[in-house]
Design a protein around this ligand. Structure first.
Ligand code: EPU
Length: 420
């Protein structure tokens, strides 16, 4: 067990380089189940979630070589691919459920433990299952497991998603790569991670078109080969450091970022009076003036990302005036409010919105990371709070930020990890 101690720091200044995106790499790893040869995935961040996915792939029979130094994962196909993903791995990480699509495509049968609810909401999987059923799979639920079967293979179909779910789009897209005929996913998610996965699948020989738009067209192929792929940069870590520059009134240049992936964050920071200079693959964020309150509504991409909502709340907590954050993607993603209020913020939850009355300063306190992004928000708040902020349950942060202390220290921030 460890905790983070964050001390009030001056303006953060310098350059930080963003690593590969967790929410892409986990799906790329799941997709490697589909390949008949080895796959190479580059820019793999060293994270707990990556370790969990590697263990899961190994439990299915794949061989996984993970070189943490070079950030490269190589996967080798299973001699005898297992089709069951057990509870202990699925409950550690919801994204494990993403092996169902590839297993179903490759084996015609998959049995995967049902993910439970999680800290940010109930997060059902009905849309994933609806998609598999539309592709001809017989889906049954029993004893906490979902079994999907398509003895004679999957058959392409038209699938309309009631909500552009990232996970459902990815799971169905992977399943459809080897279905007979054409699959259309309508109202598909448009996140950059979807495009990254589609590119990888195409490099493996799949025929996926339209990723990044709301209609994805997949023409099934009979087999997929190995491929080598570079993971896209993590847009949420980039957004977190953009907020770090604003909240500490610093000057941070972010390298290895796709600036178009963080447009809504850029727009909101500018609306607050922060200067954001963006080129294609680098962004400089700086300010020394007052921060103005703004309203934020989280939405599926290209809207404002729910994964940057908590971090933005930390910023709005010390801005001038009243801001409203409306969370429309998850029904329960405000657990950080109680923690940030313990630091002296004035945030009230009203239904799916949080009303933030800016205060002049925050105070360091003992707080806990209630989920990954909530944890990042507390680090940001700690950088400007008087005294020391002690953050517990930081394993959440370690799931998604490969080197948050190292990055922050390199920018002049005061943060350290202590074992307890
Ligand atoms: N939903 C359903 N039914 C489904 C699937 C989703 O109702 O079958 C609902 C969810 O309950 C939620 C909404 O749709 O309210 C969005 O869920 P989505 O499926 O889009 O999210 P996800 O695939 O489970 C990924 C990221 C999340 C990120 C969301 C939204 C990964 C591993 N996770 O989750 O990342 O918040 O998309 O962008 O890619 C994080 O990194 O901190 C994180 C939580």
């Amino acid at each position: 067990m460890a905790k983070l101690l964050v001390e009030k720091s001056g303006p953060l200044k310098g350059t930080v380089k963003i690593k590969g995106a967790k929410n892409s790499v986990l799906k790329l790893m799941a997709a490697s189940i589909l390949a008949d040869d080895s796959c190479t995935i580059e820019s793999v961040p060293e994270l707990l979630d990556v370790e969990v996915m590697a263990t899961l792939l190994e439990s299915l029979g794949l061989k996984v070589d993970y070189n943490r130094e070079t950030e490269v994962i190589e996967t080798y196909p299973a001699e005898d691919l297992k089709c069951e993903a057990p509870y202990d791995l699925i409950q550690k990480m919801r994204a494990s459920f993403l092996v169902l699509g590839p297993l179903l495509a490759k084996k015609g049968i998959a049995k995967v433990s049902m993910p439970g609810g999680c800290a940010i909401g109930a997060r059902p999987i009905d849309l994933h299952l609806k998609g598999f059923q539309a592709l001809g799979a017989e889906v049954t639920l029993g004893h906490g497991y979902i079994e999907a079967k398509a003895e004679h293979g999957l058959v392409g179909s038209e699938i309309y998603l009631d909500f552009p779910s990232v996970g459902a789009t990815e799971n169905i897209m992977m399943a459809a790569t080897m279905a007979k005929g054409q699959t259309l996913i309508q109202n598909a998610a448009k996140e950059p991670e979807i495009i990254d996965l589609a590119n990888f699948l195409n490099e493996m020989g799949a025929n996926v078109k339209g990723a990044g738009t709301d209609t994805i067209r997949i023409n099934g192929v009979t087999s997929l080969k190995g491929a080598k792929h570079q993971t896209i940069p993590d847009r949420i870590i980039a957004a977190t450091y953009m907020v770090a520059a604003a909240i500490t009134k610093g000057d941070i240049t972010i390298e290895n970022v796709v600036s178009s992936h963080v447009k809504p964050v850029t727009a909101k920071l500018r609306e607050m009076g922060v200067t954001v200079e963006d080129e294609d693959d680098r962004i400089r964020v700086y300010t020394d003036g007052p921060l103005k309150a703004v309203d934020v509504t989280t939405l599926p991409y290209p809207g404002f990302p729910t994964d940057a909502q908590a971090q933005f709340m930390a910023l709005l907590a010390i801005s001038e005036g009243t801001s409203v954050i409306s969370e429309t993607v998850f029904e329960n993603r405000f657990r950080h409010v109680a923690e940030i209020n313990r630091m002296g913020a004035n945030v009230k939850i009203e239904g799916h919105s949080a009303v933030i009355q800016g205060v002049e300063s925050l105070q360091g306190a003992q707080v806990k990371a209630t989920d990954l992004r909530a944890g990042a928000a507390l680090v940001l708040a700690g950088l400007v709070a008087e005294g020391i902020t002690e953050i517990d349950e930081i394993y959440h942060i370690d799931r998604g930020y490969p080197q948050i202390e190292k990055d922050i220290v390199s920018l002049g921030g005061k943060i350290k990890r202590v074992e307890i």
